[in-house]
Design a protein around this ligand. Structure first.
Ligand code: SF4
Length: 361
């Protein structure tokens, strides 16, 4: 979108005028948080943060699935990769995430078998073609990616493939937002909600933000214009002291989301209390295998011993994921931690706040 002329320019002028009014009303910049790695990238790439910085303080929340994966889970998959009978199948970003003492990348260089796949079904096909090896798929992702992984597990069971399992570190977004709001140590004035996640769970799943916490929230799409529109709606609600959870991505998101996708997930997975980086254990914020599918749970199939996990020294990722620290405020940012030699996951993932900040801001 071009904000120098035409419709884009008019929208931007209205947005900045409203943002100024809101900042005057609050006596400070409005603190708005996006909780989706794709939004983080769109905001950074289009310079939206700096364009509005006089009136709006835009923060990234726990919206990057690789980044929120707890250090103990990173260490568990690295430990599994060291078994000679195991092939780790993973999405690409996880390979470079540093664990406490190693990474998948380093173990692969030392001979571990780590294969990158773009789809879990491809990993299943690999398992079919390599019956002598145990393929462990690293199940990372939010509500958007979980249905495809669940469908793969159902298919594995149907085909009775006993050399395929999943290390589930899946997460669900609403409990993390509750944890963030219950913590209360960092004031947030409103949320830009993830469009793809909402396409699965529906707008209603985020209704609690306005009904219980009295904050506005807007489900947004992924064009720059979508994000600017969502910001306008948020600022408008703040200006008028109206708390609403608005769906501004109606071309994809329905009130109840996609029940069929959720059905596939609930066929084999159920909620579990799991740790998030920087948050600790959040109740019912992850997914584990149901009875009938536990044979496909890598934690049941293998004994996984890991030493005590601890995040990299000096790494501020936990605070960045809660919005309390801006990436550039981490003492390691751009010096000891860069995309070429990342210290924390927020600098590894293409959707990480630190990587986006380093690349575009
Ligand atoms: Fe973590 Fe690096 Fe970001 Fe600091 S700059 S918070 S170490 S990823």
């Amino acid at each position: 979108m071009n904000i120098k002329d035409g419709e884009g320019k008019r929208l931007f002028e209205r947005l900045t005028s409203l943002a100024g009014d809101v900042a005057a009303k609050l006596g400070r910049a409005a603190i708005l948080m996006e909780v989706c790695g794709t939004h983080t990238t769109v905001i950074a790439k289009n310079g939206i943060k700096s364009l509005l910085s006089d009136w709006v303080d835009l923060r990234s929340g726990p919206g990057c699935p690789v980044c929120v994966t707890d250090q103990s889970d990173v260490d568990r998959v690295i430990a599994l990769s060291c078994r000679p009978d195991v092939v780790i199948a993973t999405f690409g970003d996880m390979v470079r995430v540093p664990g406490t003492v190693s990474s998948l990348e380093r173990e692969r260089a030392g001979g571990a078998k780590v294969e990158v796949f773009y789809s879990p079904m491809d990993a299943l096909a690999y398992a079919h073609d390599h019956p002598a090896q145990q393929i462990v798929f690293l199940g990372v992702g939010f509500e958007t990616t979980t249905p495809a992984i669940a469908a793969t597990v159902v298919e594995a069971k149907k085909r009775q493939l006993d050399n395929f399992s999943v290390l589930s570190v899946h997460k669900v977004v609403p409990p993390a937002l509750r944890a963030l709001l219950d913590d209360g140590s960092f004031k947030i004035d409103g949320f830009i909600l993830p469009g793809h996640v909402s396409a699965i769970i529906g707008r209603k799943a985020f209704e609690f933000i306005s009904s219980e916490y009295n904050l506005p929230a807007v489900v947004a799409g992924f064009e720059a214009a979508d994000v600017l529109g969502a910001l306008y709606l948020l600022l408008d609600r703040i200006m008028r002291s109206r708390t609403q959870t608005v769906n501004a991505y109606t071309r994809l998101v329905k009130e109840d989301g996609n029940p069929r996708a959720r059905e596939i997930v609930s066929e084999c997975l159920e909620p579990a209390h799991v740790p998030w980086r920087g948050f600790g254990v959040i109740p019912e914020s992850g997914l584990t295998f149901k009875e009938g599918y536990k044979d496909y749970d890598a934690t049941k199939r293998f004994v996984i011993d890991v030493p005590d996990s601890c995040p990299p020294e000096g790494c501020g990722c936990g605070e960045v994921l809660k919005g309390r620290l801006k990436p550039s405020e981490c003492p390691l940012f751009g010096t000891l931690c860069t995309p070429f030699d990342p210290v924390g996951p927020c600098m590894v993932s293409s959707e990480g706040a630190c990587a986006a900040c380093y690349q575009y801001e």
